[in-house]
Structures are given as C-alpha cells and as structure tokens.
Design a protein around this ligand. Structure first.
Ligand code: GAR
Length: 196
C-alpha cells in the first residue's frame, strides 16, 4: 500500500521539493502534507504549486508552551494520517513526547557529517575545524538532538576558497540527492545505509 509522507519545513523548502518530486511512478510513497511552523515560509507556496496540501502552525503564539505547540502540530498531522514524517529544514527542537509518538517513522536531514556538528552553523564549524570534507546526513529522529541512527550520508570536498555560503550551496546539492534516495529505501522497508 502506498505510504503517506508528511514533510515538516521552516524555510524555503528545497529539500521538500526534492522529496516531493521523487515520489512519483513506482515510488512506494506520496506526499500527503507539507506542514510549516513559519507563516509565509517559501516552501508552503512551492508545495501549493505542486498540489500538496499544506498547513501552518506558527510557534510564536505558543511561546513557553512547547507541549501545546506540538499538540497543534499533532492535530494537523492526524488530519493527514501520515505513515512517515520527514523533517526538511524544520528548525524547532521536538520534545521526547512528540518524538516518541513517531518513533521509527520520523527522518531528518542535517547539514553535517554526523556525529560532527550537531545543532547550528555547521558549515562555519567545518571550516573553522579545517575539515577536508563535509556533507550531510539523514538520520532517524530520536529524543537527543541530531543523534539518531544514520541512514545515509553524502560528502563534499572542502576547497581552500570555500566560505560558509559556498559550502552550504555545495552541501545542499547533495542533500537533494541523498534525502530522496534514503526516503525511497526507507519507504520500501529496506535496511542499510546509503553513502554518496
Ligand atoms: C537544509 O540545509 C537542511 O539540511 C537544514 O536546513 C536547510 C533547509 O533548506 N536543516 C537543518 O539545519 C536542521 N538542523 P531547505 O528549506 O531549502 O530544504
């Protein structure tokens, strides 16, 4: 049976578009919802243009009440009945309670070669460390930030002239290859990690 995928975004949604574009033909999954915590996030308009249902739960009105914010997110997800959640540039930390509800069914893409550089500013941190290579990881989401089992990684060489911006752009190209490849394998129920 076709799996239903909800994609959570906060920004431009280029990974969301890559995922949505990949779910055609004999792919075992289809996008059922694009959900954002940011009103006017560029990805929402892109999802609408692709004909994918969208919803937005702004986090600001829930300031200080993460549980209430997540309850509102969950309510939107329940309407769409996803089998799989893909975090794709979703920039809110989720609580253990929310993560537990989706255990084994929630993926995230992170712009570093985990376990290196959990959290923010990953490209600058790779440059500051003098790393010769950098990249991105897709992993299962567990309660600890950017810490779950790694399902795939893609690598890029760091050039002497790279800045955080040029490195981010190079990594993003690889994100768009890696995330669809990992999602497809995951939706097919296949084990094993992908290295690009
Ligand atoms: C991507 O680079 C993604 O890896 C990163 O945000 C960007 C979203 O771009 N995610 C994180 O940093 C999560 N900690 P997009 O909206 O164009 O897909």
């Amino acid at each position: 049976m076709t799996k239903r995928v909800a994609i959570l975004i906060s920004g431009g949604g280029s990974n969301m578009v890559a995922l949505a574009d990949s779910m055609t033909g004999d792919h075992p999954a289809r996008a059922c919802l694009v959900l954002s915590n940011v009103e006017g996030a560029g990805g929402l308009a892109k999802a609408e243009a692709l004909g994918i249902p969208t919803a937005c739960v702004p986090h600001a009105p829930f300031a200080g009440d993460r549980a209430a914010f997540e309850a509102a997110l969950h309510a939107q997800l329940m309407k769409a009945q996803p089998d799989i959640l893909c975090l794709a540039g979703f920039m809110r930390v989720l609580t253990e309670g929310f993560v537990a509800r989706w255990e084994g069914r929630m993926l995230n893409i992170h712009p570093s070669l985990l376990p290196k550089y959990k959290g923010l500013n990953t490209h600058q941190r790779a440059l500051d460390a003098g790393d010769a290579e950098h990249g991105c990881s897709v992993h299962m989401v567990t309660p600890a930030l950017d810490d779950g089992p790694i399902l795939g990684q893609a690598r890029v060489a760091v050039a002497p002239c790279d800045t955080a911006e040029t490195l981010a752009a190079k990594v993003l190209v690889q994100e768009h290859r890696l995330y669809p490849a990992v999602l497809r394998r995951f939706a097919e129920g296949q084990a094993g990690r992908i290295d690009l």
